[in-house]
Design a protein around this ligand. Structure first.
Ligand code: FES
Length: 133
């Protein structure tokens, strides 16, 4: 699972979860972005086509974005992406957006664990089936 996380909130929460030794699944690779508003939809499509089983985008709570409205832009893009993912052959549940604040390490660990469980239930990425043919 590829996770694009905002430097100011979710990355800090992930760091907190790690330093507090909270139990979390090791299946997530973090990519630190300055803001979720910088996550280009192409990054998401490329990650999924490249074989990621899911993409998580996580940033500051609404109203807390350090760049004023980047997270609102991310929310709109995610909605559109979830509409078009089936056209690429992907289940829309493979893309998730969450808001996790810097002090919410436990929330980050819970989100990761729940997402990994959901994706395990969903099975491997459709991209693997596409390349197997
Ligand atoms: Fe965190 Fe914009 S700075 S989502």
């Amino acid at each position: 699972i590829v996770a694009f996380v905002c430097n100011w909130c979710s990355y800090t929460a992930a760091d907190l979860a790690g330093t507090a030794r909270m139990i979390q699944s090791p299946n997530v690779r973090l990519i630190r972005m300055m803001c979720t508003g910088m996550v280009d939809p192409k990054y998401v499509i490329k990650a999924l086509l490249g074989g990621a089983d899911a993409v998580l985008i996580s940033g500051c709570h609404p109203g807390d974005c350090h760049y004023i409205n980047g997270n609102y832009k991310a929310r709109r893009r995610v909605k559109l992406l979830q509409e078009i993912l089936p056209r690429f052959g992907f289940d829309r549940r493979r893309l998730k957006l969450t808001w996790i604040g810097a002090s919410e390490g436990g929330e980050f660990a819970d989100t990761v664990n729940k997402l990994v469980a959901e994706i395990r239930e969903l099975g491997p990425s459709e991209a693997r089936a596409m390349t197997a043919v």
